[in-house]
Ligand binder design. Structure first.
Ligand code: MN
Length: 246
């Protein structure tokens, strides 16, 4: 393996099997997040035959949490069986604001369940909700290793997240804006991973796939001002260090 896509919704592609086969062939290790807990089980059967290195996360995406409240119990049960948890988090965008209480209840439950088990790695969504996500993490310091995906907080919030031990996964969406690049430049380099967030995240009107991870690495290399090959190696060794941690 060579490349890391640490946040991808593998099950949501039209043909996840072929995506996984090409991951195996191209050496892309993937953190396959799920938007609802049932997706994690579906992923299991897809992944086992593929030969790809895939870390399946069980999760409940904050954008759909209010539609799947009945899944919360399943989620909290399943968290025990998975070392990787995600996608979970909070979304403070106007269209989800009315579901804040539900989102918080889900995340609170997940953090508590993770604390009980220990050793978890979490992919966290925090769009327009960095402050409350950091506050909740502070209340659950033993929930596991938080990886903030597509982080969009202020420099002050970034400093706080870094100090509290958060990791970061960054993709083209962040790396294509000047503000995003500034944020990425301030992240501790030994805690940065690459992601695509495909198929939701797109470039040129096309959904990104894990095979596009080279583009994230290339854009990250520019921010770091290092050759792409060195950036790839740095991300890979970060990934290995993270996996060895928990
Ligand atoms: Mn996502």
């Amino acid at each position: 393996m060579k490349w890391v896509d640490f946040h991808c919704h593998v099950d949501l592609y039209d043909d996840p099997r072929s995506i996984l086969a090409s991951c195996a062939q191209s050496g892309v290790a993937v953190f396959a997040v799920s938007t609802i807990p049932a997706a994690a089980d579906r992923l299991k059967s897809l992944v086992s035959a593929s030969g790809a290195v895939v870390h399946i996360g069980v999760g409940l995406h904050p954008e759909v949490a209010h539609k799947h409240q009945k899944s919360l119990e399943l989620l909290l049960n399943e968290v025990r069986a998975y070392r990787f948890v995600g996608e979970v988090g909070l979304d403070g965008s106007p269209q989800y604001r009315e579901y804040q209480a539900t989102q918080r209840r889900v995340l609170e439950g997940v953090f508590s369940a993770c604390e009980k088990e220990g050793g978890k790695i979490l992919s966290l969504h925090s769009r327009r909700a960095v402050r409350p996500v950091l506050d909740m993490l502070a209340q659950h310091p033993d929930a596991g290793i938080p990886v903030l995906h597509w982080f969009s907080g202020s420099p002050h919030e970034l400093a706080e997240a870094s100090m509290s031990g958060c990791w970061f996964s960054v993709g083209l969406g962040m790396l294509q804006t000047a503000t995003g690049r500034e944020v990425v430049a301030s992240m501790p380099r030994n805690r940065v991973l690459t992601e695509t967030d495909g198929p939701f995240a797109q470039a040129g009107g096309k959904s990104l796939t894990p095979l596009d991870i080279e583009r994230s690495v290339g854009a990250l290399a520019k921010v770091w001002n290092v050759p792409p090959e060195l950036a790839r190696e740095m991300v890979w060794s970060n990934y290995e260090a993270l996996i060895a941690k928990s």
